[in-house]
Design a protein around this ligand. Structure first.
Ligand code: NAP
Length: 288
């Protein structure tokens, strides 16, 4: 089975669209996302443009804070502080990576946790670790949404996560653990990667290395979630999983492109809606 991201993303976007309409009708509030983009990285510009288009499509407003020339760390912290204090802004998206020389950790920690659209604030990651999540990181939450949508049973499953970044691997492992999977995390110092991946009923790969997982490393029938996005030619993007050799063995696999990538923006907009709902005291039918 090919785990297409599009139908799952459309379902989430439909729920967000309905939630936005409800909030406007009941409270007269339109969720507002502040988009902060520093520097002139072409990839970041495309990501931000896609996020804004998707926001518009569900009725979420956005306001741009674009500084192609970059800015100093104190100026960035001041900007984030002013967005925290602005009651018309419900969520803040700080596009990463920041230009060289800026402290990403300090900037993320400066965003008010309740306005953290990406779910990467240390307090929100802490809530996840504590088993009481508030704002979920977008890409890991999108992976879970795909597994749920296509009916993967996580309880008791052997889940292996390749990669331990703050952005993907660590929070994804926590989400799987919260769903009662038995979770193994692998990274560059893991002695025998294939030994672990072959045991996985659910294998999630977020290493940022094209083809790091090949068919001989995957158990027959496994669910395979490929988070990787690797541009190997100007118009060719591949995942971290070698699709040609893995797909015949896997029971289910996400394609790249067209899998997890479709989910990240949808989850960002869900986070934005929920941030607005929390700030105006409106409840959402399902949380977090
Ligand atoms: P990252 O910060 O570079 O982390 C990569 C992780 O993979 C690290 O923990 C690293 O281990 C581990 N790793 C690297 N090579 C490995 C290998 N050969 N064997 C085992 N582990 C290995 O990357 P990231 O931000 O998590 O992103 C991972 C990938 O997902 C990238 O391709 C990125 O573009 C993609 N991504 C996609 C989306 C989406 O929307 N689909 C969103 C975010 C990221 P160490 O810790 O030991 O270095």
């Amino acid at each position: 089975m090919i785990l297409e991201g599009a139908p799952v993303a459309e379902k989430v976007l439909g729920e967000v669209r309905a939630g936005v309409a409800r909030l406007r009708q009941v409270r007269g509030v339109t969720p507002m996302l502040a988009v902060v983009l520093l520097g002139d990285d072409p990839g970041s510009k495309i990501y931000v443009a896609n996020k804004k288009t998707a926001a518009e499509s569900v009725g979420i407003a956005s306001r741009d804070y674009v500084h192609p020339e970059g800015m100093s760390q104190p100026a960035l912290l001041k900007l984030l502080g002013s967005l925290n204090d602005d009651p018309s802004i419900h969520a803040i998206l700080l596009q990463l990576p920041l230009p060289a020389g800026l402290d990403e950790d300090e900037a993320i920690a400066t965003i008010a946790p309740e306005k953290d659209a990406d779910g990467l604030h240390p307090m929100n990651l802490g809530y996840l670790l504590a088993g009481a999540p508030r704002v979920l990181p977008c890409t890991p939450a999108g992976c879970l949404e795909i597994l749920d949508h296509y009916g993967c049973e996580l309880k008791g499953a052997e889940a292996v996560v390749v990669g331990r970044s703050r952005l993907v691997g660590k929070p994804l492992a926590q989400l799987l653990l919260a769903r009662h999977a038995t979770v193994t995390m692998c990274h560059t110092r893991t002695r025998d990667l294939a030994f672990h991946t072959r045991r996985a009923d659910v294998l999630c790969v977020a290493a940022g290395r094209a083809g790091v997982v090949t068919g001989d490393m995957v158990k027959e029938g496994a669910w395979v979630i490929d988070v990787g996005i690797n541009r190997i030619a100007p118009r060719k993007v591949v995942g971290d999983v070698d699709f040609a050799s893995v797909s015949p063995r896997a029971g289910a696999i996400t394609p790249v492109p067209g899998g997890v990538g479709r989910m990240t923006v949808a989850m960002l907009l869900r986070n934005t809606l929920r941030a607005a709902e929390r700030q105006v005291g409106a409840s959402s039918p399902s949380r977090p």
